[in-house]
Design a protein. Structure first.
Length: 272
């Protein structure tokens, strides 16, 4: 473990430094993220304001406020794409260099994604999270979330991050066949925004559709950790959803290993 940290930690650190390199983009990124979270907030408040009941999809107005901002915070930490890096390496031919280096290519991508996740959490995720808790206590009159709930939430977020990154690695393997995946990446992001519950909580879908989502990894990416934070999962149900996340981590890791072995056998690099 110590040896792995020594090898791959620099990838994470360099990614954080890269993100902080341009101050203009740094401050603009914070502004855009905060602005985007408030857009979702006002849209949902308009929905609840025009509804005949105060509970929609099993969630009250106050719970939806928490869901909107925590889904944004969670999404910023979890939705770290590595498929573009894979595609760029294939286009430039640099993927061949990674095959001869004494490192695991996928682990280096995950390490870079960890650095990106830390950056996203610190800026602006932590500020939105703190602001939300102040709002809950001072305006909504609710108690601050417990330390236990926060710990379970963070454990779930780590597994959500691994699920998304490992899934995105598998998705990035398409580039070995098509080279450019920009259009497919945009389609993937649009579809996942629904399937993960980032735009609309999955509890708003019909019960039959929710059962289908339970068999897919996408609900474990954002919806599960946010619902844990809201206290919707407790006891045996909490254990079950965490185990489901762990199982998907193992499945996607195994799938990525199998696909990687298959695609590298047909890799041809001209130049590079």
């Amino acid at each position: 473990m110590r040896k792995m940290l020594k090898i791959y930690a620099p990838f994470s650190i360099n990614e954080i430094k890269r993100q902080l390199a341009y101050k203009g983009a740094f401050y603009l990124w914070i502004l855009v993220n905060i602005f985007g979270s408030f857009i979702s907030y006002y849209l949902w408040m308009a929905v609840y304001g025009s509804a005949e009941t105060g509970v929609l999809g099993g969630m009250t107005r106050n719970e939806m406020v928490v869901y909107v901002f925590m889904a944004y915070v969670t999404g910023s930490m979890v939705n770290i794409s590595i498929s573009k890096t894979v595609s760029d390496d294939i286009v430039k031919g640099t993927v061949s260099m990674n095959l001869i280096k004494p490192i695991d290519y996928r682990m280096s991508l995950i390490a870079r994604a960890v650095g990106d996740m830390v950056y996203q959490f610190l800026l602006p995720g932590i500020f939105i999270w703190i602001g939300l808790e102040i709002y809950r206590v001072q305006v909504l009159g609710e108690q601050i979330v417990s330390i236990t709930t926060i710990l379970w939430y963070l454990i779930s977020v780590v597994m959500s991050f691994l699920i998304y990154v490992l899934f995105d690695f598998c998705f990035g393997m398409i580039a070995f066949f098509t080279t450019y995946i920009f259009g497919m990446t945009m389609a993937k992001n649009a579809i996942l925004s629904f399937l993960t519950g980032q735009l609309i909580p999955l509890s708003f879908f019909p019960e039959g559709v929710q059962k289908v989502f339970d068999f897919l990894p996408f609900s474990s990416m954002i919806y599960t950790p946010v619902m844990i934070y809201l206290g919707k999962y407790t006891g045996s149900e909490l254990v079950f959803v965490l185990l489901r996340q762990a199982v998907w981590v193992l499945i996607l890791y195994a799938a990525g290993s199998l696909i990687w072995r298959k695609v590298t056998t047909r890799l041809v690099v001209l130049g590079g």
